[in-house]
Design a protein around this ligand. Structure first.
Ligand code: GLU
Length: 439
């Protein structure tokens, strides 16, 4: 029997990471098994399931590379089939009709009244429930529309789904669904219920904890392959502490027996770290292309900018870029005299007594150096630090803020060499004059 799984989202206009995580697990499981990954849009809520909501869903899937097999099934187009199954259940006695509150009758499915019900789950193990703790439930409303449970099960039967992989918020429903499969006379699929995604406090991860929708992560500059890799690790682990993995490596390693049953903590710091790792590992030419495009967009890169210097800047920046979108702000000082100053860094390093004198003394020392490379400014500042007993640190921080406007970045001496002596000294003197003038 070949594997057939599906992603069955209800389009609401936003795609929550918990839902797309289920899509990723289904996709990985299907690709690992050489099976089919199908898409079923559960669009029966006509108010929320607008064309725009469906487009958002498809965009997010395409962005993450979640390609699906066969034709998309739209649940709202299967209503006649759902109702036919409900009629069959009425005929067999598995369901009955009852008018609630005097209106039109709805169709109600009969749950077992005795014994125990069991869900055998590939992730959660065997979960049991006393029949007396369950209740009959509506499958067709009095207005004639099928209820989620019926539509979901009938579509899974028609799509010949072998494994239902979904969030554990559906675990309770599964007791109902299994009885429906049996009453319809269909084989019950295998189940894998994925652990809930939680915040640092162990509560369900929600909008209040930060970005929760795929589109928000995209807008914040996370790469699709990073979000994919990160979400694959929410409730699953390949073992051996492997974390940064290509899509092919994930496919090769993905098995349901490595899924975890306990809650998966959403760690934004790890996601951000991972984004930086992917950027660091990108081929140099790919990084360079993106780097230059971002700078051009920001109007920072002149066509006659010296290539050797540009290569040096790129080498320095690739290893420390967290988001491609950060490139203009973190590198502007290499390309313009009009670079922004971080207010906190200025307050801490430049608006302090003696800052102007320090910068001027450094400029004087730099101007006297026979060569200006990575080593010579380092040696000059070391000597000055020894002479006045403060050490190198007293010079490094104010100089960095003066020439770059920032408190972080490449190693200071690599940065100085790339900027070149004339630029460095002109900036030191200009910033010193501004500090003297009180700003
Ligand atoms: N539309 C349901 C949801 O998004 C489907 C659950 C399932 O995968 O069966 O929660």
């Amino acid at each position: 029997m070949s594997v057939r799984v599906r992603f069955a989202p209800s389009p609401t206009g936003n795609v929550h990471i918990g839902n797309i995580r289920a899509a990723i697990f289904n996709w990985l499981f299907a690709r690992h098994a050489g099976g089919r990954f199908l898409l079923r849009v559960e669009d029966t809520d006509r108010e929320r399931s607008t064309d725009a909501a469906i487009r958002t869903l498809l965009d997010c899937m395409a962005w993450l590379g979640l390609d699906h097999d066969e034709e998309t099934v739209y649940q709202s187009r299967q209503t006649a089939r759902h109702l036919a199954v409900a009629d069959a259940l009425l005929s067999s006695g598995a369901a009955y009709r009852e008018a609630k509150g005097g209106g039109e009758p709805c169709t109600i499915f009969r749950m077992p009244k005795e014994g125990r019900l069991e869900v055998t789950d590939l992730v959660k193990g065997v979960i049991r429930k006393k029949a007396e703790d369950t209740q009959d439930f509506v499958i067709v409303r009095s207005d004639g529309t099928p209820v989620f449970h019926l539509a979901n099960v009938v579509d899974d039967i028609d799509m010949r789904i072998t494994h239902v992989i979904r969030g554990d918020d559906h675990l309770e429903n599964t007791f109902k669904h299994i009885e429906l499969f049996k009453a319809i006379g269909a084989a019950v699929p295998q189940y894998a219920h994925l652990p809930m995604i939680v915040n640092n406090q162990g509560k369900p991860y929600s909008k209040r904890d930060g970005a929760a929708f795929v589109g928000e992560f995209r807008d914040q500059g996370y790469l699709p392959q990073v979000l994919f890799n990160f979400l694959a690790l929410l409730g699953w682990a390949p073992g051996e502490d492997r974390e940064v993995m290509t899509r092919d490596e994930l496919v090769a390693a993905f098995t349901l027996d490595r899924c975890k049953s306990s809650a998966a903590r959403f760690d934004l710091k790890k996601l951000t770290w991972m984004n930086g790792e992917y950027i660091r590992m990108a081929p140099r030419a790919e990084y360079a292309g993106i780097f230059m495009a971002r700078l051009r967009e920001a109007g920072l890169l002149r066509d006659d900018f010296p290539q050797a210097t540009l290569d040096g800047i790129i080498e320095q920046m690739q290893v420390r870029t967290k988001f491609y979108s950060d490139i203009p702000a973190t590198c502007a000082y290499f390309f313009t005299e009009d670079y922004p100053f971080d207010a906190k860094a200025v307050e801490k390093r430049l608006q302090v007594p003696g800052a102007a004198e320090t910068l001027e003394a450094v400029a004087v020392a730099f101007e006297k150096l026979p060569v200006f490379d990575v080593q010579s400014p380092h040696d000059a500042l070391t000597a000055m630090g020894e002479a006045n007993g403060t050490g190198l640190g007293a010079f490094v921080h104010p100089v960095r803020v003066a020439v770059s406007g920032l408190s972080e970045g490449p190693g200071l001496f690599e940065m100085l060499a790339l900027l070149g002596r004339d630029t460095v000294c002109a900036r030191l003197r200009r910033v010193a004059a501004r500090a003297r003038a009180g700003g």
